[in-house]
Design a protein around this ligand. Structure first.
Ligand code: SF4
Length: 353
């Protein structure tokens, strides 16, 4: 198991719940717009928010973000070690930097010393586009072995200066390479892993590729924090990340299971299932809701659901834990299901709220 690292008010690794990250897409000099976007991501469930710090002016953004949200803020730095130190002074909860990019040992040591003094972890890592020349020459291409060796090298560069609060990432836009490399890396380090498919694509294919890669790793117990990287609004990255966790049983909130419909279906199930999906999107309680097309197989197939509906001919039944509790006309069933859902939610909130 990976070791546990504290990032602001959140833990990564060591069996802590898998966290969802995203990155602000507003220009770094749009301070107000970036703060508004951070609030939006936090409300959507984003656990950790990263912001690019490309220049000295952008350090101001870190302080503004810290005022605006409770979620930990990660300063994303390329090349300039001084920006890392200034971002820590401005309140950054984590620094993302590649030790290979910041130059001499003195500079790496200065960043490590500053982060250690402030209890700020560092995320290091490699992506297939930024592999060191020597490793490219040794392996011929960004193979999983080459990426793993590079990531271990980055960890070592910090450990030489007694820095241990390290989160590590290997990113590739090739799903198979990313999965193999992260599996290898997890065998060889106890640093928590930040996982994701980089440059995954637009809303649909980016989500599918991310789900394939991130899902495969998490189901193997590899990966402590995730980022779905989409060429789209970061809000969609957060929703996608939360949905991937939900899909593999690591998520928070309600889950909907619904049947694909078949020749037995006698109610308008698809819009009903969509309505239920929308209605439970913000529910925090871990309730499983089933929306099934027929009463013959529905309740039995969805026995593990807490509550559900199964269609009849112009009507539907409400069931709980696989047992039918009542029958109602098709037009009334959504309301009845919501009543049951709300009751379960209230009960859960009483003990967990
Ligand atoms: Fe068909 Fe009923 Fe199964 Fe839905 S639950 S796929 S309607 S058999």
């Amino acid at each position: 198991m990976s070791k546990r690292i504290k990032v602001g008010n959140v833990y990564i690794g060591g069996g802590s719940p898998v966290t969802v990250q995203s990155m602000l897409s507003r220009r770094s000099d749009d301070i107000e717009g970036s703060a508004a976007q951070a609030k939006e991501l936090e409300s959507a469930g984003c656990d950790i928010i990263r912001a690019a710090v490309p220049d000295k002016d952008a350090v101001r953004l870190i302080a503004k973000l810290k005022e605006s949200v409770k979620a930990p803020i990660v300063a994303d730095i390329h090349f300039d070690w001084r920006l890392a130190i200034e971002s820590v002074a401005a309140g950054a909860d984590k620094i993302r930097i590649n030790p290979g990019n910041i130059g001499s040992d003195d500079r790496i040591k200065a960043v490590a010393d500053c982060c250690r003094a402030h209890g700020v972890p560092i995320r290091v890592g490699v992506n297939s586009g930024s592999l060191e020349r020597e490793l490219l020459a040794k392996y011929g291409s960004p193979t999983p072995e080459a990426l793993t060796e590079s990531a271990l090298g980055s960890i070592e560069k910090l450990r030489r200066f007694d820095f241990e609060d390290i989160v590590v990432a290997i990113k590739s836009s090739d799903v198979g390479t990313m999965v193999k490399a992260c599996r290898m890396l997890a065998q060889r380090t106890d640093c928590p892993l930040h996982i994701g498919v980089t440059e995954a694509g637009g809303e649909r294919m980016g989500l599918i590729r991310s789900a394939a890669g991130i899902g495969a790793l998490l189901l193997d117990g590899v990966g402590d924090t995730i980022r779905v990287s989409l060429t789209a609004d970061p809000l969609l990255e957060v929703r996608a990340g939360l949905d991937i966790l939900r899909a593999i049983g690591l998520g928070r909130g309600a889950t909907v299971v619904s049947c694909p419909t078949c020749g037995r279906t006698r109610i308008d199930l698809i819009p009903l299932a969509e309505r239920v999906e929308k209605a439970v999107a913000g529910v925090r309680a871990p309730i499983k809701v089933a929306v099934m097309g027929c009463a013959v197989n529905g309740p039995g197939e969805a026995r593990e659901a807490d509550v559900g509906i199964a269609g009849g001919d112009g009507c539907a039944v409400l069931f709980k834990k696989g047992e039918i509790v009542r029958k109602a006309p098709e037009g009334e069933i959504f309301g009845l299901l919501m009543e049951e859902m709300n009751a379960l939610e209230r009960e859960w909130e009483k003990t967990n709220g």
